[in-house]
Design a binder for this molecule. Structure first.
Ligand code: ADP
Ligand code: MG
Length: 260
């Protein structure tokens, strides 16, 4: 069952630095939702608040109506939330298969150290998880990489592996932080096909942070534009792209980058 995500008045401050101000929006079950905004707008910080990596200073984050602000990442993972990171965080000295299996750690005892001993799988559950991880990699055309060490592979493959890992917890809410950044055109096409496949039955809610407006337009039902930690507007991707405030927010930061 896809999750409903409801944010209200989310504030985040670190000492004197205000990162998020009164952010609120609702993502309907089964929606693909875009979170867009210039670098430094607070998109990753907001994901960190939702996934439990940051505790908001104030405000409400609800999943299916249940308050989860301040819950631990592992609690949220059990609650159906999975995410990927802007900079993939894989276990580089473990194999791709072990990395993907890690995504099921809330369902499986042990860990990559025991799995990497390469003993015949003892438990039925571990065998099931291994088979599921292998099938997922094969479906992505990545079966060939299953037994490679993660550090032998490209950035694009790391992103794809991280998405497989996130899927292993069978999420009802999936957060993707710049999943297309640094990918080739072909890899972006594959990513879009995967997101469409995952959401085809309305059983998964997805929130995507992306600068790639082609991807955002093609995949999302609704977007929120974040600028300087505040919600600038909400609408369809087409409405956002036509909104002068959004254009200015992006041009403003590009000009600032040119000066820097
Ligand atoms: N742990 C932290 N401590 C202090 N400032 C932070 C922390 N995390 C994020 N920030 C600040 O929050 C702002 C937004 O960053 P971020 O959420 O990464 O933006 P985005 O993902 O939109 O590029 C930045 O100014 C960043 O320095
Ligand atoms: Mg970010």
């Amino acid at each position: 069952m896809a999750a409903r995500l409801t944010l209200a008045d989310v504030n985040l401050r670190f000492g004197g630095v205000t990162v998020l101000t009164d952010v609120g929006f609702e993502v309907e079950p089964g929606q693909v939702f875009g979170l867009v905004g210039p670098n430094g707008a607070g998109k990753t910080s907001l994901f960190n608040c939702i996934s439990g990596h940051y505790k908001p200073t104030s405000g409400s984050i609800r999943i299916d109506g249940e308050e989860v602000a301040g819950s631990a990442p592992s609690t949220l993972n059990k609650r159906g939330l999975a995410r990927t990171f802007q900079h993939p965080a894989l276990q580089l000295n473990h194999t791709v298969l072990e990395n993907v299996m890690l995504g099921s750690h809330t369902r499986l005892p042990g860990g990559p150290l025991t799995w990497s001993l390469r003993l015949p799988p003892t438990g039925r559950r571990e065998r099931e998880v291994r088979d599921e991880a292998m099938t997922m990699l094969e479906d992505q055309g990545l079966g060939w990489a299953a037994h490679s060490r993660a550090d032998e592979l490209s950035h694009g493959l790391h992103k794809a592996i991280e998405l497989c890992r996130a899927r292993m917890s069978h999420p009802s809410l999936l957060l993707l932080d710049e999943p297309a950044a640094g990918l080739s055109h072909g890899e972006v096409e594959q990513l879009m096909a995967t997101v469409r496949h995952l959401t085809r039955n309305g059983e998964l809610t997805v929130v995507i942070v992306e600068h790639n407006m082609g991807l955002i337009s093609a995949l999302t039902d609704s977007v929120v534009i974040l600028n300087y930690g505040s919600k600038l507007m909400q609408g369809t991707a087409a409405e956002a792209q036509a909104d002068p405030r959004v254009i200015e927010a992006y041009i403003g930061t590009e000009a600032a980058d040119d000066v820097a």
